[in-house]
Design a protein around this ligand. Structure first.
Ligand code: AMP
Length: 675
């Protein structure tokens, strides 16, 4: 598509999305389903990723979360709403206590009582009462000024509108946490990333009737300013809150000594998954108000309180069930369905159990209390179980020996390690196993394979369930009129899909081979095979051969890969699929590599960014001219090509080894080219 057309398409999509936004946020009357909204948003982001020249300040990718609320008036807090300092370990707590003792100039033996309160991960709010009446409600805002969200807060049942108790202060600003229960959050499907966002979104609706639709809760725990409050400790205050009709946290406790704080922390962390709301730590407040006053505040947090946070990478939960998932290559992966738990801000409800052996080794059972870890991009996994918490009637988990498709599963024998594989697999090599077939289709359309824009995993699932696709060729023979009639699809989105699919009817041989999803044939191996076998015709001819000697000569293709390709070609469905695809697609032959090009017998390595050329392009240019690429600086390397911001270490080692260093221009000159 030419630039102008792409820009027009892009602007049209943004305009449409802004219209949808207006209906959703301002008129509170969504115009389209969430699914359709997400799809449009995704299309815009994909266009931006693909065509870097597209940049609009209107773009939804430039905005985060909710619109800044012009809707609410700002009001100052009479007493600032502060943050809390954090502690992560017993050591931190000891230091916290020590500092307090020093500040108060007490002896080491001085006993401090704390109010230990679970830290609910919600949105804090301040409710101002005058003469027993709820007058104004504010959000925390920047701590000094909050947004006037009185009307929205008034929709929350847990916040009393009027309090008639005699000892209720004449004026008081009661503070607490607004949150949504996990069970309610689940019902909101994919609208929000986590319960906290849902609570925040609901609270900041322009129309309080919208707030009412998402059931919010309120737990009270402190006060800001007051006139006529007659209590001396936080514990008494929490008791009074209950008496006045507020909800307080049932896990609140008064505790002394760091050892006991730790014990309570560990207990609560274990109970955390059984709660119907998210907590992300425990707040310890000095119980005695007189001491609190003496201690005062540091810049933005009280000196008399600390938040003891739970780990951001792990949490304790309970296994509700064990599901067996079948991957593209037939591996049976057990996945624990766990009681949802917030780990580092993400609500985790699935954790992998890796494979059958892992389950046997750790004796993992349904009902077990487990530690789940989620760090970085790694899939959440079960680290260990708490045997003490196991019920006497718990039963060993029996790993299924059959794939849900009906095939008996197998454990392969590895000739090299002389061991059976830890992974149990469905033996299907074709598309007979429904589960594998679906996964293979997902692989087929994925980024590195056919890279069909807008045809993601969800669409594969959806089309599969509707029986629109079973084999890869079905993707190119879709009945678009049927799709247009589906919920969430319209003429425009169908046109886009058709466009993306047709765009991929021309494909390189290596991508084609990779997309077939042959086990052990990843991108690199597919490239090697393509380079040697040259055309899809030759590739298909392999099916007629009794031996694959041609493949054996390829440097990098070993016995494992060979066996896998053989198995693949032994399956008739695979052959039919390839023949069909051959007819539909234009599979480009692999570029001939000159055997005696200018760079014959020369090895290269690249470091830094080249100008006007990607790494991939530079690599193929070298290879087309019979040179080869090596991945580290060694005696085998002849030339190190340096671009912008090269790695210094590589240059230094190259110099040490007397390896010739080339600039991009010098290298291009070798090829008789200019930049
Ligand atoms: P932070 O968000 O890390 O600055 O921590 C302070 C926040 O913890 C407060 O603004 C409240 O939203 C929240 N919080 C939850 N439970 C409590 C509690 N029991 N006492 C004080 N703050 C709490």
């Amino acid at each position: 598509m030419e630039k102008k057309k792409i820009e027009d398409l892009y602007n049209k999509k943004i305009k449409l999305l802004n219209q949808f936004n207006k209906f959703y946020y301002d008129l509170s009357k969504p115009k389209v389903s969430d699914q359709e909204y997400d799809k449009l948003m995704n299309e815009i982001v994909l266009l931006e990723k693909k065509y870097k020249f597209l940049k609009s300040t209107n773009s939804p990718s430039q905005k985060v979360g909710f619109k800044p609320s012009k809707n609410f008036k700002k009001l100052p807090h009479k007493v600032p709403m502060l943050s809390l300092s954090n502690a992560f370990s017993e050591e931190d707590l000891k230091n916290f206590e020590k500092k307090i003792i020093n500040y108060l100039d007490k002896k080491d033996e001085f006993e401090i009582f704390y109010s230990a309160e679970s830290k609910i991960d919600g949105i804090s709010a301040s409710i101002i009462y005058k003469n027993g009446k709820f007058i104004t409600g504010l959000s925390r805002g920047d701590g000094k000024e909050g947004e006037d969200i009185t009307e929205n807060l008034k929709t929350i049942k847990d916040i009393p509108d009027e309090i008639n108790s005699k000892n209720f202060p004449k004026e008081i600003d009661i503070r607490g946490e607004v949150f949504i229960k996990n069970s309610e959050f689940k019902k909101l499907s994919n609208k929000f990333a986590n319960p906290r966002n849902a609570a925040s979104g609901s609270l900041r609706q322009k129309d309080p009737n919208e707030t009412k639709k998402i059931p919010l809760n309120f737990i009270a725990y402190t006060y800001g300013y007051e006139k006529g409050l007659e209590v001396e400790t936080q514990h008494e205050f929490l008791e009074m809150l209950k008496y006045w009709g507020f909800k307080t946290n049932h896990m609140n406790k008064t505790i002394k000594g760091v050892k006991n704080l730790m014990r309570n922390y560990n207990d609560i962390e274990k109970q955390r998954n059984e709660l119907d709301f998210d907590i992300d730590g425990i707040v310890y407040k000095i119980n005695d108000f007189k001491l609190q006053k003496r201690l005062g505040n540091v810049a933005n947090a009280p000196r008399w309180a600390v938040a003891h946070k739970f780990s951001a990478n792990s949490g304790v939960s309970k296994i509700l069930n064990i599901d067996i998932q079948i991957g593209r290559t037939g591996a049976l992966t057990p996945v624990a369905k766990i009681q949802p738990i917030n780990i580092g801000g993400v609500l985790v409800s699935n954790a992998t159990l890796h494979n059958e052996e892992e389950i046997i080794r750790k004796d993992i059972r349904i009902g077990d209390t487990v530690i789940v870890e989620r760090a970085g991009d790694v899939i959440p996994h079960v680290v260990s179980i708490d045997i003490k918490k196991r019920k006497p009637n718990s039963k060993k988990f029996i790993f299924p020996k059959k794939c849900p498709c009906g095939f008996e599963t197998i454990k392969e024998y590895n000739k090299v390690t002389k061991k059976f594989d830890a992974v149990r697999r469905c033996p299907d090599r074709g598309f007979e196993c429904d589960r594998m077939a679906k996964e293979r289709l997902k692989h087929f359309v994925s980024k590195e394979a056919f890279n069909i824009d807008g045809f993601g995993k969800k669409i594969v699932e959806n089309f599969w369930n509707l029986n629109l696709i079973r084999l890869p060729q079905d993707i190119f023979k879709l009945d678009y009129s049927k799709i247009e009639a589906l919920d969430g699809w319209g003429a425009q989105s169908v046109a886009n899909l058709k466009y993306s699919i047709n765009l991929r009817k021309t494909i390189s041989l290596e991508k084609f081979i990779y997309a077939l999803g042959i086990r052990h044939i990843g991108l690199e191996n597919a490239k090697l095979i393509a380079k040697n076998i040259k055309s899809s015709k030759n590739f298909l001819l392999l099916s007629k051969k009794s031996n694959f000697d041609d493949l054996l000569n390829i440097d990098g293709i070993g016995e494992t890969q060979m066996k896998s390709i053989k198995d693949f070609f032994l399956n008739n469905t695979n052959i039919k699929v390839m023949n069909e695809l051959e007819k539909i697609l234009e599979i480009k032959n692999a570029k001939n590599q000159k055997a005696d090009g200018i760079l014959t017998n020369k090895t290269f390595m690249l470091t830094g960014k080249l100008e006007g050329m990607s790494r991939a392009e530079a690599k193929s240019l070298i290879e087309e001219n019979s040179g080869s690429i090596v991945s580290n600086v060694s005696k085998k390397l002849n030339f190190l090509i340096i671009g912008d911001k090269p790695t210094k270490r590589k240059i230094d080692s190259a110099k040490e080894m007397n390896i010739k260093i080339l600039t991009q221009a010098e290298w291009l000159k070798m090829l008789n080219k200019t930049a």
